[in-house]
Design a protein around this ligand. Structure first.
Ligand SMILES: Nc1ncnc2c1ncn2[C@@H]1O[C@H](COP(=O)(O)OP(=O)(O)OP(=O)(O)O)[C@@H](O)[C@H]1O
Ligand SMILES: [Mg+2]
Length: 283
């Protein structure tokens, strides 16, 4: 596939991009949600929206499953919200040994389920695509779990996956105490930008070559900066490299990263060469 053609397609993809990076954060009225641990990142929103967000995450079935995870393990308690988004909320919780864990709970939402199909259909791992919205969202959560497992197993910097059940994903928490690690986009002066850039590019390459995945939504909005290292998150949409759009998504990821680092003064003019290297094409 030609780089230039891919770049043209990039515009279309950007328009379609499900994550418009407008984090729909809010402070909730619910007791659990009140314990916001990172209020600085939480935007004010009108109350009706807040309630809708809470309700769409904590439907009866989800509450039931959370209770089960607390009674039977691995959870001990849920502490508070880290992020409230359009597709999922992320919470800080503790496991039964007292370690912090992050819980991502996907909303059962018809609109969300529509664009998800693009990242599922064509992935050889998923032969049957459920029609039922809940089942599709459950598949999506298990897709993120599977992707994390693949990436973690080959030593990539992603949160360790711990457990998945229905729309609930439990993974390693990235942060210090009750302060979650910041997103790269919120870090004013990341240290040693050149080596950070290299680490992110190496992640793209290893994710493709070792885990056989393309992230598909890689940007400074989905990279945590922890102990001066990038940790890559939000890997639910990542597709197997055999997915028909894998190469287009790879181009988009490379462009996002190169653009972000360009703003920080890193000049990189070899995107095409890098792309060929990643997909192992003769340069
Ligand atoms: N393992 C983790 N440890 C600490 N914080 C995390 C972890 N995973 C996610 N977060 C925080 O939660 C936020 C949302 O997570 P993520 O990007 O996976 O969800 P999302 O799909 O983008 O949700 P939405 O698009 O609905 O906002 C992240 O930006 C990050 O701040
Ligand atoms: Mg995200």
């Amino acid at each position: 596939m030609r780089w230039l053609l891919l770049e043209e397609k990039e515009d279309d993809l950007n328009r379609e991009n499900k994550d418009n990076h407008d984090i729909d954060s809010s402070i909730f009225t619910d007791d659990l949600e009140k314990k916001s641990i990172d209020k600085r990142r939480i935007k004010k929103e009108d109350l009706s929206k807040k309630r809708a967000a809470v309700e769409s995450v904590f439907d009866e079935r989800t509450v039931f499953q959370l209770n089960k995870l607390i009674i039977n393990g691995p959870l001990d308690r849920i502490e508070g919200i880290i992020s409230a988004g359009k597709e999922a909320n992320v919470y800080l919780a503790y496991d039964q040994s007292g370690n912090e864990v992050a819980i991502k709970i996907y909303k059962i939402d018809r609109n969300t389920s529509k664009w998800m199909k693009e990242y599922i259909i064509g992935d050889p791992r998923f032969k049957k695509i459920p029609k039922n919205i809940s089942k599709l969202i459950f598949l999506w959560a298990s897709k993120e779990y599977k992707n994390l497992k693949r990436a973690y197993r080959v030593g990539l910097n992603v949160p360790k996956p711990i457990h998945v059940k229905n729309n609930i994903l439990i993974m390693e928490y990235i942060g210090s105490g009750s302060s979650p690690a910041p997103l790269l986009k919120d870090v004013k002066d990341p240290e040693d930008i050149e080596s950070l850039f290299q680490e992110v590019m190496t992640f793209i390459k290893n994710l493709y070559q070792k885990a056989h995945l393309v992230h598909g939504d890689l940007s400074e909005f989905n990279i945590l900066y922890h102990n001066h290292k990038p940790i890559f998150i939000d890997i639910s949409q990542a597709v197997d490299i055999q997915h028909p759009n894998a190469e287009k998504f790879l181009v988009r990821d490379i462009i996002n990263i190169v653009n972000y680092f360009d703003k920080l003064g890193i000049e990189f003019t070899e995107s095409k060469k890098f792309y060929d290297e990643v997909i192992n094409k003769d340069v």
